[in-house]
Design a protein around this ligand. Structure first.
Ligand SMILES: NC(=O)c1ccc[n+]([C@@H]2O[C@H](COP(=O)([O-])OP(=O)(O)OC[C@H]3O[C@@H](n4cnc5c(N)ncnc54)[C@H](OP(=O)(O)O)[C@@H]3O)[C@@H](O)[C@H]2O)c1
Length: 232
């Protein structure tokens, strides 16, 4: 069975993706800081009959990242690395004039630096996999200039560029940056607590991600909405 590492898998999109992949027969290594909620995801994903390993920790911790890859090697290797864990930098979001620099540093550490650390750790087994893939979860805020989304958006723009360069440097891999679109999750509620407008549950965008994994289009930046509609 193919093996995927998914960061930030205790809730939201990461959990939905874990369940979607388990349903397709993927073995999984799952990460999040909170062990209890992560254990709930493991129980739900294991019900699909695949092997699921939880490794609780913070993606900014190099030793934890190494543990994730070691756990995947125990399951046979790394066919897919999904960097989904994310930090906003300020909760709720604030304009750049008020953004604490510590918050920006945290967003960069979680969203960008940890992504590269994990890629570096996982590259040997990804290259050995034959059809290895890296999927980083991006955002509309990486490409559009929305007030208050500047620090987070800058970190996601950096992540997009990191993915684009990685794709050039590692032509044997697929490297996708995917904008999932707005979703009703804790992250969105923390970002903009007053915005309780309707938005899709994360489960609704998972078929778009699964389509990407089935069809394996060229490395690049994709939007879940287009993938869901059968476009690219
Ligand atoms: N929701 C949206 O509207 C939206 C829109 C565009 C893009 N996105 C992106 O979609 C992805 C998923 O977000 P979501 O909305 O599903 O968020 P979410 O429901 O808040 O889930 C975030 C997950 O990441 C984990 N996490 C956070 N910081 C971590 C760290 N330092 N180390 C390890 N795990 C960590 C959380 O668990 P712990 O707190 O226990 O660690 C949780 O499992 C993110 O990359 C986000 O930027 C979301």
């Amino acid at each position: 069975m193919p093996v995927a590492i998914i960061t930030g898998a205790s809730k939201g999109l990461g959990r939905a993706l874990a369940l979607g992949l388990a349903g397709k027969g993927w073995d999984l290594v799952l990460d999040a800081r909170g062990a209890d909620r992560l254990a709930e995801t493991v129980a739900l994903a294991s019900a699909h009959g695949t092997r699921v390993t939880a490794v609780a920790g913070d993606v900014t911790d190099a030793a934890h990242r190494a543990e994730l890859v070691t756990a995947a090697r125990r399951l046979g290797g790394v066919d897919l690395l999904v960097h989904n864990a994310s930090a906003l930098g300020a909760e709720p979001l604030v304009r750049l004039a008020e953004l604490p620099l510590e918050g920006l540093r945290r967003a960069l550490e979680v969203n960008l630096v940890a992504a590269l650390g994990l890629v570096q750790e996982a590259l040997p087994p990804l290259r050995a996999a034959g059809a290895g893939a890296v999927l980083v979860v991006s955002s509309d805020a990486a490409a559009e200039a929305y007030p208050t989304w500047g620090g987070y958006g800058a970190s996601k723009a950096g992540l997009d560029q990191l993915a684009a360069v990685l794709a050039e440097e590692e032509p044997g891999l697929r490297v996708w940056a995917v904008d999932p679109g707005d979703m009703a999750t804790d992250l969105y509620a923390a970002a903009v607590p007053d915005d309780d407008g309707p938005r899709p549950e994360p489960e609704a965008v998972v078929p778009g991600f699964l389509r990407l994994l089935d069809e394996r289009p060229a490395s690049g930046r994709y939007g879940a909405a287009a993938l869901l509609e059968g476009r690219r």
